[in-house]
Design a protein around this ligand. Sequence first.
Ligand SMILES: NC(=O)C1=CN([C@@H]2O[C@H](COP(=O)(O)OP(=O)(O)OC[C@H]3O[C@@H](n4cnc5c(N)ncnc54)[C@H](OP(=O)(O)O)[C@@H]3O)[C@@H](O)[C@H]2O)C=CC1
Ligand SMILES: O=C(CO)[C@H](O)[C@H](O)COP(=O)(O)O
Length: 484
Amino acid sequence: MSGNEAQANIGVVGLAVMGSNLARNLASRDGNTVAIFNRSYEKTRGVLDAHPEAGFLPAETYREFADTLAKPRTAIIMVKAGAGTDAVIDELVKVFEPGDIIVDGGNALFTDTIRREKAVRETGINFVGAGISGGEEGALNGPSIMPGGSDESWVTLGPILKSIAAVAEGEPCVTHVGHDGAGHFVKMIHNGIEYADMQLIAEAYDLIRRGTGKSPAEIADIFAEWNRGELESYLIEITAEVLRQVDAATGEPLVDVILDQAGAKGTGAWTVQTALDLGIPVSGIAEAVFARSLSSKPAQRAAAATLPGPSAAWTVDDPDAFVEDVRRALYASKIVAYSQGFDEIVAGAAEYGWSIQKGEIAKIWRGGCIIRAQFLNRITEAYADDPSLVALLTAPYFRDALAASQESWRRVVVAAAQAGIPSPAFSSSLAYYDGLRADRLPAALVQGQRDFFGAHTYKRVDRDGTFHTQWSGDRTEIEAQDTH
Ligand SMILES: NC(=O)C1=CN([C@@H]2O[C@H](COP(=O)(O)OP(=O)(O)OC[C@H]3O[C@@H](n4cnc5c(N)ncnc54)[C@H](OP(=O)(O)O)[C@@H]3O)[C@@H](O)[C@H]2O)C=CC1
Ligand SMILES: O=C(CO)[C@H](O)[C@H](O)COP(=O)(O)O
């Protein structure tokens, strides 16, 4: 035994980057004593030695960890999502008791969280899936936290999470998102938007660099300038930092020596897979996920490198005007990404029976998380003005912003296509915008085709009912059963 019996009011399991920093964050708040546990004890020992100021109470076994925690026990799991999370839960339920709370702060798939919440609840122990964003720095100084779980758990957990969360404009960046998997669902959408935002910024950089010949350091200055306007955000800020960085070994800009193959841990793909199931077009997010996949296919890229590109050279006549066009295209595409992300939140809430306050979600993303941005205040305002807003991009503020940007957006997409520069997120966002605002879509023809080959039926614009044309017969139209 450690001799730490029941002194800690909160515990953390998993002491890699996120868990160790979250444990330090918890320990730095008044009144907290933090128990720590990691599967391999060396990590616990390392955290203990590196941070004596935190007053951590270490445990070598799950039993010891449980005994170190005052009842009702509260423990936050920060381990590798998936099998790791299940393994830890299996051990904790053996040593915890009814009324205790297990919080999974990892990037769990929300359907796993729904399953885990149900199974753990049957033991009388509360289970809360909480999305936590902000990376290492956020975990230490204040992340954005998106907890799901029961109302009863929130009563105990709320004050603790509020004490460690980031603060934006005087408000803690945490809210009880909804029951069971709602928190992890919203964190998944956060990450999907993160993917889109990052891809859009990367496309903006690429276009400016190839269009104007500016160096990464010069483009860093442009991003730093953009960060003082409507695009102000953490991702724009860190992009300037990355572009300014010089590689010590070669003296080249670091961005030029980093292999151009983007990794992914899966949350972006989950966002798209879930959107497909819900029937929500998150095309900007999907293109961002696919752009990472394409980048990571070196054999295909090498084989395709000899394929022809545009015959004429691309020149930008007015570099300053082009940079401004790219800035506006980025802002417009970003509005689309958030609008699509919030559409998925609405659809997920309806499907799973969650009551998610969209304005509150935008509020808790204002600080601590990777997509934190000034812009999120406009989203909160839009939902406050019209809680039943059908699409974020139709709110007056965003409508005006899109009106101001759309000509620039079109010029940038045209230029990219003519220059042979891939801009999948810019161009798919514009296509989404034009699709949504179209009076009439060629979906009518698709319905005709479906009816032709599969008798899938169609509706008419001029009268109610469901119809089928007898394509293989005399081609007269008959009333039919709707087959969708
Ligand atoms: N890194 C980031 O920026 C962010 C991460 N997250 C999420 O937070 C969680 C933690 O992330 P991070 O700190 O990067 O750590 P990792 O995702 O790299 O996970 C490492 C931790 O998981 C533990 N672990 C793995 N498998 C098991 C198992 N079967 N049983 C017990 N413990 C296990 C490891 O223990 P051991 O030391 O013994 O191997 C270690 O403590 C993840 O779910 C991640 O998705 C969320 C937001 C941002
Ligand atoms: O959750 C996060 C931030 O909110 C992580 O940073 C995220 O896991 C990064 O995703 P990926 O590795 O797929 O780029």
